[in-house]
Design a protein around this ligand. Structure first.
Ligand SMILES: NC(=O)c1ccc[n+]([C@@H]2O[C@H](COP(=O)([O-])OP(=O)(O)OC[C@H]3O[C@@H](n4cnc5c(N)ncnc54)[C@H](OP(=O)(O)O)[C@@H]3O)[C@@H](O)[C@H]2O)c1
Length: 259
């Protein structure tokens, strides 16, 4: 089946590891031309070396908390491709913590990393989408059910849902479809660290910590990055031509809310 990905010009942010890496990989495997970016050159080069045999790939270092880096990334994409077709936006993780523990500077930094970066990337991407396109945000299942001790994520990421709805209405006439994927627990370095932290905090083994997370997931396990990336591929492909303004959980059924 032709998914319509072959030859598409794609930017994937925060792609040196985890969800972004898996998304870049599956898009490359389906024939897209991909620019990966992240804030650490060493990680990025490693990811580039791991993926370069799969297709047309380049990389560009950009810290998403900095406007000038985002501008430089999109300028690089413009010089390379002249236009783009697909943006897969993933970002770094905010600091964990309860509301009363967080300082003003934490809110400022997290706003740049989680919200303004999404706004800036979407704006530059839409400007470069000359023949329509897809904007796919990765956010978090926490936008539907807040997670304890993650006040920054719980409060700021929910704005991605507003951004998706707003852009899905404003950009539809340009042929740009805008959606989000909401990961629950997907087995990346981040989640491995969460498991480790929980084990240390509760003085239990990592295996027990993992069980305490998976007991709330109807499928009884944490997801693989490829299972997240499959949904990104769907949203990037011809198969999702009538999906616009949706926030799709990839959580093994973890969310309890109906909507
Ligand atoms: N995995 C899950 O189950 C899950 C669930 C809900 C939400 N999330 C969120 O999804 C995002 C990705 O998580 P992940 O699980 O893929 O984590 P991960 O495996 O730790 O990867 C994080 C990625 O973000 C990049 N990054 C970190 N800071 C950055 C910055 N300032 N600018 C640009 N890139 C940056 C890292 O690359 P460099 O270090 O090379 O910059 C890396 O490629 C995070 O925001 C996370 O909180 C994940």
């Amino acid at each position: 089946m032709d998914l319509g990905i072959k030859g598409k010009k794609v930017i994937v942010t925060a792609a040196s590891k985890g969800l972004g890496f898996a998304s870049a990989k599956i898009l490359l495997m389906n024939g897209a031309k991909v620019i990966i970016s992240s804030s650490n050159e060493e990680n990025l080069k490693l990811a580039y070396d791991n993926l370069k045999n799969l297709g047309e790939l380049s990389y560009f270092k950009a810290d998403l908390s900095k406007k000038e880096d985002i501008d430089a990334l999109f300028n690089f994409a413009f010089e390379k491709f002249n236009s783009i077709d697909i943006l897969v936006y993933v970002t770094g993780s905010p600091k964990a913590g309860k509301f009363m523990e967080l300082k003003d500077e934490d809110w400022n930094y997290a706003s740049n990393l989680l919200l303004l970066s999404a706004v800036r990337c979407a704006k530059r991407a839409a400007e470069l989408m000359k023949n329509g396109g897809r904007i796919i945000f990765s956010a978090s299942a926490a936008i539907k059910e807040p997670i304890m001790d993650l006040a920054l994520s719980n409060v700021i990421r929910i704005s991605i849902a507003g951004l998706v709805k707003t852009l899905s209405k404003e950009l539809a006439s340009k042929g740009i479809l805008v959606n989000a994927v909401l990961p629950g627990y997907i087995f990346t370095d981040r989640v491995k660290q969460i498991v480790k932290n929980r084990a240390n905090k509760e003085k239990i083994t990592e295996e027990e910590a993992l069980k305490s997370i998976t007991k709330d997931i109807p499928l009884g396990r944490i997801g693989d990055p490829e299972e997240f990336a499959n949904v990104v591929l769907f949203l990037a492909s011809n198969l999702s031509s009538y999906v616009n303004g949706a926030c799709i959980p990839v959580d093994g059924g973890m969310l309890k809310s109906v909507f």
